[in-house]
Design a protein around this ligand. Structure first.
Ligand code: 0X9
Ligand code: ZN
Length: 422
């Protein structure tokens, strides 16, 4: 297959990326398959060599998830590969997931209510949700920002604290939607935030214990340009929206390959601007990464960072350092293994979902310039984790809105275990 490690190689998407006024990319009639690989990886790849497919996953050891355009469908199906169907009609499932044109926009309200978690939402409503939530908790929170994006949006979040007052405890940092298409991440991070805010002050509640022990810095959407683009133009966009380097036509840096630490290690990212894992021109050059590294180093140099979680989807993984090297062990590896296993068990108890845990490179694949390595080693976070949320491949990135609440509830259970055991 002209293996679409990169979405941008797919014809309709490529042309969309260079048009002055971009049409929404249609996935009508696209079918998404999970192709079993395992021992037959080489044979499968050979069979797919002549297709232009959009590949959704980077770890191909057990399977490759691919979106197939209507024009290629009959040839693809004639290959007789061992497949399951993830989306019968991707375009229809995207429409059912969220219709931005049917959304009228939130009204500012005293307390955002839990019905928020029934649906996905436009970016401006996410901003309003965060601001409204902070307004209901004026003595224990404030809206924070962490730099400006390529297109000039302010990366916005919320800082929460407990009875000892603002900035007095070690930091816990969460961020979501680094990758634009991973919509479940911002909704889940907001669910956790909502639990902290609404649960604080209830006698003996987990939220009270958490906020009295730590200052939380939560940024639900750190790639707003990409996120907006997934809602207006291409639901499957991953990177930020940085302009194409001179002499190239491809847009976007992978924020999770741009962190200025172990950035230059071959194999863990791409130097090709058209690739989904393009690392950027220089280490940490994306404005989003600049904003985030400045928050992390400030926290490192003040209260210190107890826990960092970078929320992604999909696959149901709890991943610890390192990404850049598959044999390097974190100094506290045994503790990280225990914490991850306990968190996985706590999550599973809620809805029966299963979670794979371990160091990210050996468990999944190598990454250079990725968040957890930077925040662990440079940011000196005691625990630095990536969580890949639901699901394990039934829907992938286009996860029905009915799974937002179940995802939030199981992560809240995992978080309660994790923080109580730090
Ligand atoms: O590739 C990524 O950035 C993350 N997966 S995703 O499908 N959400 O894009 C995984 C990062 C975890 N780090 C390593 N596997 N090293
Ligand atoms: Zn991701």
């Amino acid at each position: 297959m002209k293996l679409l490690k990169t979405i941008s190689l797919l014809l309709p998407l490529t042309s969309a990326a260079v048009l002055p006024r971009e049409e929404r990319v249609s996935y009508d009639g696209f079918k998404v398959f999970r192709v079993t690989t395992g021992d037959s990886l080489a044979t499968v790849q050979e069979k797919l060599a002549d297709f232009s497919l959009q590949q959704w996953n980077l770890d191909t050891s057990a399977h490759i998830d691919v979106a197939v355009s209507p024009a290629q469908l009959s040839n693809f199906e004639a290959l007789g590969l061992n497949v399951t169907v993830m989306h019968e009609d991707l375009g229809a499932d995207i429409k059912a997931e969220f219709d931005i044109s049917a959304v009228s926009g939130l009204k500012p309200r005293a307390l955002p209510d839990a019905s928020w978690f029934k649906n996905y939402h436009p970016y401006n409503d996410h901003l309003l949700f965060t601001k409204d939530l902070a307004a209901t908790f004026p003595s224990n929170s404030e809206v924070i920002t962490s730099g400006t994006t390529v297109q000039g949006r302010t990366i916005t979040g919320i800082h929460l604290w407990g009875k000892s007052g603002k900035g007095s405890k070690p930091a816990i940092v969460f961020h979501g939607n680094v990758h634009a298409r991973e919509w479940i991440t911002s909704m889940t991070v907001e669910y956790l935030t909502y639990q902290l805010v609404t649960g604080y002050g209830n006698n003996g509640s987990a939220a009270t214990a958490m906020l009295d022990a730590y200052d939380f810095y939560i940024l639900p959407i750190v790639n707003p340009d990409g996120f907006v683009y997934t809602q207006t133009t291409n639901r499957l966009w991953r990177k930020n929206r940085s302009p194409a380097p001179s002499g190239n036509r491809c847009i976007g840096t992978d924020i999770n390959r741009n962190w200025p630490y172990q950035w230059d290690i071959p194999g863990g990212s791409s130097t090709d601007p058209c690739d989904e894992t393009y690392r950027g021109k220089t280490a940490g050059d994306s404005p989003e990464n600049k904003g985030l590294t400045s928050l992390i180093t400030t926290l490192r140099d003040t209260t210190g960072i107890k826990l960092y979680i970078d929320w992604h989807s999909y696959g149901q993984y709890i991943l610890t350092p390192y990404g850049y090297n598959c044999t390097a062990e974190a100094v506290n590896q045994a503790e990280e293994d225990q914490l991850a296993a306990g968190t996985a068990a706590a999550i599973k108890k809620v809805g029966g979902t299963t979670w794979t845990t371990g160091p990210s490179c050996s468990t999944l694949y190598a990454t250079s310039g990725s968040s957890t390595d930077y925040v662990g080693d440079v940011g000196k976070a005691e625990h630095s984790i990536t969580i890949e949320l639901r699901d394990t491949g039934a829907n992938g990135f286009v996860l029905p809105a009915s799974q937002i609440l179940p995802s939030g509830e199981e992560q809240w259970a995992g978080l309660k275990y994790l923080i109580a055991n730090l």
